[in-house]
Design a protein around this ligand. Structure first.
Ligand SMILES: Cc1cc2nc3c(=O)[nH]c(=O)nc-3n(C[C@H](O)[C@H](O)[C@H](O)COP(=O)(O)OP(=O)(O)OC[C@H]3O[C@@H](n4cnc5c(N)ncnc54)[C@H](O)[C@@H]3O)c2cc1C
Length: 386
C-alpha cells in the first residue's frame, strides 16, 4: 500500500481492541501516522477463544503474521454438529479444506491481540489508560484528523455520532464461556456445536497449537443458555455455584470423546455475557469520524464473525486511507464496501440463531436437513460480494 499523499492530519483511533490494533498495525506499516487511545492501562488478558475466518486471516497475512498464526492457533478443519449424546448430525468443512486460500484460525483472544500488536510500527503512538471523550481533541484537531471509533460494543463514539442508535436487541440467550486444557479431542481441528432439546447449545473448539503438539487440546467453550433457564450468578463471589449450575444444565449430556463435566469444572475462569446486537446502520460516519468493528455493527456471536469483521473493517479502511486523496473520500469508499456486507451478516446471525432454536422441535432427520440448509444459506449471505 502506498502511504496517503496529501492528508495533513493523522489518524486517531479510539480503542485498542482487535479492530483498533489491526488498523494501527496496517497504517503504521504503510507509513501513516496514528494515535491510539485505550482506556485500559494495558492489554487485557481477559477473554477466551475466538475464530478468525479466512478473509480476515488474509488481512493478518498482509502483516506478515502467517507463521506466527500457524504456530499459535489451530487451523479449524470442520464444524461438527452433534446431539446431546455426541452423535454426528452434520459436518461442514471450513477454511483451506473448504476451498479458501487461507485457513480459519481458532485462537485465544489475548494471544491474537499480542501477535497483531507486535507488528505495530513506531508510526503509531499508543496512549494506554486514556479514556477518550469528545474534549480529548481540540476543535482544530477534529477538523484535521480522521477519528476512528474502534471502541467496542459500548462505544462512546457511536453514542456521540448516533445517540438514537444505542438500543440493544436481545438474542434471548446468555453466553457462559470458559477455557481449559483437556486430552486431545477428535482430530484436534474440529469445532463442535451441540444442541440439547431445551434450547441449550454448546460450542467447543481447540485454540492452541503448542497444546496440540503436546497431545492436548486447550478447549474454548461457550454454553448458550436461554434466558428463561439462566441464573445470573456473580462469578467472582459465587464461582462454585455457577459451575454447579452449568453442570446441572447438561447433566444428561454425554460424549464418548470429550468429558463435559471435566471441561466445565476445570475451567479456571468463567465469563457470562448477554447475547445482544444492534440494528444495522446505513451510515457509520459523520464528517471525518467513522466507526469500525463492534462500535459500528455489534452482532450475535453465532457465526463466529465478530473479530473477523472488525479485522476486515480495519483492512478495508487502511487500504482506502492509503489509496485516497483525502480522509472523506477514504471514509466514503470504506462505507460503500463494508456497510452492505456487514449489515447482511448481522441479519444472517439473527436468522441462524432463530433457525437453530426452532430446529430443536424437529425430528433428528428433519434437523439434519435444516442444518444443511441453514449453513448453506449462512455461507451464501456472509461470503456474498455484491
Ligand atoms: C476484554 C475483552 C475480552 C473479550 N473476550 C472475548 C472472547 O473471549 N471471545 C469473543 O468471541 N469475543 C471476545 N471479546 C469481544 C471481541 O474481541 C470483539 O467482539 C471483536 O473482536 C470486535 O473487536 P473490536 O475491536 O470492535 O472491539 P473490542 O475488541 O471489544 O475492543 C474495544 C476496545 O475499546 C476500548 N474502549 C472502549 N471505550 C473506550 C474509550 N472511550 N476510550 C478508549 N478506549 C475505549 C476497550 O477497552 C477495548 O479495548 C472480548 C472483548 C474484550 C474487550
Amino acid at each position: 500500500m502506498a502511504a496517503i499523499s496529501d492528508c495533513s492530519g493523522k489518524v486517531v483511533i479510539i480503542g485498542a481492541g482487535i479492530g483498533g490494533v489491526t488498523l494501527a498495525a496496517l497504517l503504521s506499516s504503510s507509513g501513516v501516522k496514528c494515535d491510539i487511545y485505550e482506556q485500559r492501562t494495558t492489554f487485557s488478558e481477559d477473554g477466551f477463544g475466538l475464530n478468525i475466518q479466512p478473509e480476515a486471516v488474509s488481512v493478518l497475512y498482509r502483516l506478515g503474521l502467517a507463521d506466527k498464526l500457524n504456530s499459535c492457533g489451530i487451523q479449524t478443519r470442520v464444524h461438527r454438529y452433534v446431539d446431546h449424546s455426541g452423535n454426528l448430525l452434520f459436518e461442514e468443512v471450513r477454511g483451506i479444506e473448504a476451498g479458501f486460500d487461507t485457513p480459519q484460525v481458532s485462537i485465544s483472544r489475548s494471544e491474537l491481540h499480542n501477535l497483531i500488536f507486535s507488528n505495530v510500527k513506531t508510526n503509531a503512538a499508543f496512549h494506554f489508560g486514556k479514556k477518550f471523550s469528545t474534549d480529548t481533541l481540540c476543535q482544530a484537531e477534529w477538523a484535521k484528523n480522521l477519528i476512528v471509533g474502534a471502541d467496542g460494543i459500548h462505544s462512546a463514539m457511536r453514542q456521540n455520532l448516533f445517540p438514537d442508535s444505542m438500543q440493544l436487541n436481545s438474542g434471548t440467550m446468555t453466553l457462559w464461556r470458559g477455557m481449559t486444557p483437556m486430552p486431545k479431542f477428535l482430530d484436534g481441528r474440529t469445532m463442535i456445536i451441540a444442541n440439547g432439546d431445551d434450547g441449550i447449545r454448546l460450542i467447543a473448539y481447540p485454540v492452541s497449537k503448542p497444546h496440540d503438539l503436546r497431545g492436548e487440546s486447550l478447549i474454548n467453550w461457550v454454553l448458550l443458555v436461554p434466558i428463561s433457564l439462566d441464573k445470573p450468578f456473580d462469578i467472582t463471589t459465587h464461582r462454585v455455584q455457577a459451575t454447579n449450575f452449568l453442570l446441572g444444565l447438561i447433566k444428561d449430556w454425554h460424549f464418548d470423546w470429550l468429558n463435559l463435566q471435566t471441561l466445565i469444572s476445570t475451567s479456571k475462569t468463567l465469563m457470562r455475557t448477554s447475547m445482544v446486537d444492534r440494528n444495522p446502520l446505513d451510515k457509520w460516519s459523520h464528517d471525518q469520524c467513522v466507526l469500525i468493528g463492534d462500535a459500528a455493527h455489534p452482532m450475535f456471536p453465532i457465526g463466529a464473525n465478530g473479530a473477523t469483521q472488525s479485522i476486515i473493517d480495519a483492512g478495508t479502511l487502511a487500504t482506502a486511507i492509503c489509496e485516497s486523496p483525502d480522509f472523506k473520500t477514504a471514509i466514503a469508499k470504506f462505507e460503500q464496501i463494508r456497510i452492505p456486507a456487514v449489515s447482511r451478516i448481522v441479519k444472517a446471525n439473527r436468522e441462524m440463531n432463530l433457525r437453530e432454536l426452532a430446529s430443536q422441535a424437529l425430528s433428528p432427520q428433519e434437523r439434519v436437513q435444516e442444518l444443511v440448509i441453514t449453513t448453506a444459506n449462512y455461507k451464501a449471505e456472509t461470503t456474498r460480494t455484491n
